[in-house]
Ligand binder design. Structure first.
Ligand SMILES: Cc1cc2nc3c(=O)[nH]c(=O)nc-3n(C[C@H](O)[C@H](O)[C@H](O)COP(=O)(O)OP(=O)(O)OC[C@H]3O[C@@H](n4cnc5c(N)ncnc54)[C@H](O)[C@@H]3O)c2cc1C
Length: 368
């Protein structure tokens, strides 16, 4: 008889786990506290972003995720765009870092582009003062609102995965799993509860090297043509672990700290992607702490838009939405949190700012 697994949480970690279990022949039920999974997974850019992952397990996991995403989007009718990414340089020290990254990651599909070449593939890159860009072929964009809604329907249709919405899991004591409605039997449980550290295994979460990170995001009105690759300004070079491989990054970061103290204070770097409707998703800031401020700061949105204007232009673009998101963030530099609090129980969490990039690959490898 098929083994019976329960997954707690229908964010991307829970959905990826449910998929991996179903592929291996498990009978899977997913319990989600809310009527819609409205945590970090529905609030992000939808950037599947291997370029931000250093070589080794993380890059391999990101690429494994990317191929699962592509197949899943095709089968489930989820919009995606294999847009690639473009990091732009307007100062010599940024250009130097991009050149170094091209050398370090010489096995990846990266290309250094002149300003004229950038202009050919990017409708929105600001041409004034542009020295060039680093194009990467591996990034893809999904619309998280579309994906988080359609993946459950797909998993149910293809594998018979059951979803129980508005049913928080209160307690796990295998083989029993108690929710607010009933007690269920399971052979195994996978806890993918995101930023909720209080309901299940609170002592374990207290002891884990974890904090929370709050991000502010915006959406700009659309344009009726595609922007080309997702765009990043120089500040993003200081954000992703993979870029630490560039020898002159430390010097560049010193300049950023001196020139942009407010950006450092709020952990701001600026990226932009485009959704199916042509609208632009823009962010973001990073404020760390156990109890994120529930209120958004106008100054952060202003700083993001100002920096955006230095490398990307949007004719008549206006802000149509603002929101924030919170994710758990490991403080020990690891890419994810994997705990086994009891026989048959696995906690999968702590993907930080890379859950869309890593969750499918990580869970596929773990359960395979
Ligand atoms: C603004 C923002 C932008 C980001 N951009 C990107 C990006 O472009 N690319 C990328 O790779 N990553 C990005 N990330 C990171 C990514 O979104 C997260 O790593 C990922 O969404 C975490 O997924 P999760 O399933 O662990 O958590 P969540 O999406 O928060 O899901 C957890 C779910 O568990 C449910 N739950 C909790 N407790 C229980 C319980 N007891 N019973 C039942 N259900 C429960 C919650 O209701 C929730 O739906 C971004 C994050 C944010 C916030």
């Amino acid at each position: 008889m098929a083994r019976n697994a329960i997954v707690v949480g229908a964010g991307i970690a829970g959905l990826a786990t449910a998929r991996a279990l179903a592929v291996q022949g498990y009978k899977v039920t997913v319990f989600e506290r809310n009527g819609v999974a409205s945590g970090a997974s529905i609030r992000n850019f939808g950037m599947v972003w291997p370029v931000g992952q250093p070589d080794g397990t993380r890059y391999e996991t990101a690429m494994r995720s990317r191929s699962i995403w592509e197949q899943l989007c095709r089968e489930a009718g989820i919009w995606f765009e294999a847009a690639g990414s473009l990091h732009l340089a307007y100062r010599q020290d940024e250009w130097q870092v991009l050149q170094e990254l091209k050398d370090v990651y010489n096995k990846r599909p990266l290309r250094l582009l002149s300003a004229a070449e950038v202009k050919k593939i990017s409708a929105n890159a600001v041409p004034d003062g542009l020295l060039g860009g680093l194009y990467s072929d591996t990034e893809m964009i999904v619309d998280p609102r579309d994906a988080i809604a359609k993946i459950p329907v797909y998993l149910n249709g293809k594998y018979g995965v059951e979803f129980r919405w508005n049913e928080p899991v209160k307690e796990i004591s295998l083989p029993k799993v108690s929710t607010v409605n009933a007690v269920y039997d399971a052979d195994e449980v996978f806890v993918c509860s995101g930023v909720d550290f209080e309901t299940l295994y609170p002592q374990l979460y207290q002891a884990a090297p974890l904090t929370r990170c709050k991000l502010q995001m915006m959406r700009l009105s659309g344009q009726d043509y595609r922007m080309g690759p997702a765009l990043c300004g120089g500040l993003s070079l200081g954000h992703y672990t993979s870029f630490e491989a560039a020898p002159s990054l430390a010097v560049l970061k010193q300049r950023f700290d001196a020139e942009f103290p407010e950006y450092k204070k709020y952990g701001i770097h600026v990226m932009v992607s485009q959704n199916e409707a042509g609208e632009f998703t823009i962010g973001d800031s990073h404020e760390y702490g156990a109890n994120p401020d529930p209120f958004d700061k106008a100054i952060i949105n202003k700083l993001i838009l100002e920096y955006l204007g230095s490398f990307a232009g949007f004719r008549n673009g206006s802000v149509i939405e603002t929101w924030n998101g919170v994710y758990p963030r490991l403080t020990n530099g690891e890419p994810w949190l994997l705990l086994r609090p009891a026989p048959g129980v696995t906690i999968i969490n702590g993907f930080g700012g890379a859950g869309m990039t890593l969750a499918f690959g990580m869970t596929d490898r773990l359960i395979d």
